[in-house]
Design a protein around this ligand. Structure first.
Ligand code: SAM
Length: 302
């Protein structure tokens, strides 16, 4: 059975997932409704807890089934639901990371300020999972452009492009201004998805999102030269996604490598690509050692 590549499918994710063959997708990314009574146009976001979790279990198991043995399952949500999702996924896949995406929200009363969303990163198998380390640019002062971090006097040992990202992401902001967002209550920023896609796939791989909304995961995949399959229940969101996808004429490349660009600067790049593009300079110590060696060699009798 062939995959519906580079298409947005209208309808219920469970129905469409049932038509996707086992072991056929490189990465599944899911950003399901949060069941927090958000105002979707064709979906009631306030199911009783038991019904919500039973439904989530169904699509989580389906996502694992369709993922390739080398592939990953990524699930974005608030920590409360991720604890349940983790319990389900632990029975079918392999825990890799809980990525904390620092996205400050408003205080809600007598609780800790909810300052992060989580992204669960599970792999289908416990070996040979496709994974690429990501680099982000060093943080600099907006005014003077110098590095914000004092690298303990070892600035010359720093990577010329940027740091390897950890499992805490503080450099990707939520979409704040209405002018930058679609008619959707919880659209994710493209750079979040681009980083996840770069981290888990190669060019030509397939990214599936069963809750596509207005298309963020599919757009990230297309911009990075990957295939996508999106599923969305709401015809209006599907139409917006398709319109945005049609506007992408070419992938976002830097010197032949797909990268995530924000405000004309690279925001995420795979470490293996950065190695080619930004070769590391020699440290002062290394330069001194090389010089000494050269002097010694020159002193040798011919
Ligand atoms: C949290 S939003 C995803 C937003 C998306 N990540 C974006 O950046 O635009 C969840 C989406 O799932 C859709 N949805 C809800 N139930 C669904 C179902 N059973 N099958 C497919 N899509 C569904 C909703 O219409 C909504 O657009």
């Amino acid at each position: 059975m062939s995959l519906p590549l580079d298409r947005v499918l209208l309808g219920d994710c469970l129905e469409h997932l049932a038509t996707i063959p086992d072991d056929s997708i490189d990465v599944c990314f899911a950003d399901p409704p949060f069941n927090l009574d958000k105002k979707y146009t064709s979906y009631k976001d306030n199911l009783p807890l038991r019904d919500y979790l039973a439904w989530c279990e169904q699509w989580l198991v389906e996502l694992v089934r369709v993922t390739k043995p080398t592939g990953s399952i990524l699930v974005h949500n608030i920590p409360r639901w991720l604890t349940y999702f983790s319990h389900i996924l632990n029975q079918h896949a392999h825990f890799r990371h809980w990525i904390a995406w620092d996205a400050m929200s408003a205080p809600v009363g007598k609780t800790l300020l909810p300052a992060h969303y989580g992204i669960l990163f599970y792999s289908k198998s416990d070996r040979d999972t496709k994974f690429y380390e990501i680099r982000a640019p060093h943080k600099t002062c907006r005014v003077c452009d110098s590095y914000l971090k004092d690298y303990g006097g070892k600035k010359d040992q720093m990577h010329p492009f940027g740091y390897l990202v950890s499992d805490v992401w503080t450099d990707i902001h939520r979409i704040r201004h209405n002018k930058n967002r679609d008619e959707h209550p919880c659209q994710l920023p493209i750079h979040l998805l681009e980083r996840l896609v770069l981290m888990t796939t190669d060019e030509g791989d397939v990214v599936l999102d069963p809750f596509l909304g207005t298309g963020t995961a599919a757009i990230a995949a297309k911009k990075l030269n990957r295939h996508y399959i999106g599923i969305e229940l709401d015809a209006m969101y599907k139409a917006i996604a398709e319109e945005k996808l049609a506007q992408i004429k070419a992938p976002t490349m830097y010197e032949g490598y797909p990268v995530s660009i924000y405000l004309d600067k690279i925001q995420s790049i795979r470490d293996c690509d950065a190695k080619e593009l930004f070769p590391r300079q020699l440290t002062t110590q290394e330069k001194r050692r090389r010089k000494k060696k050269r002097v010694k060699q020159e002193a040798l009798p011919i």
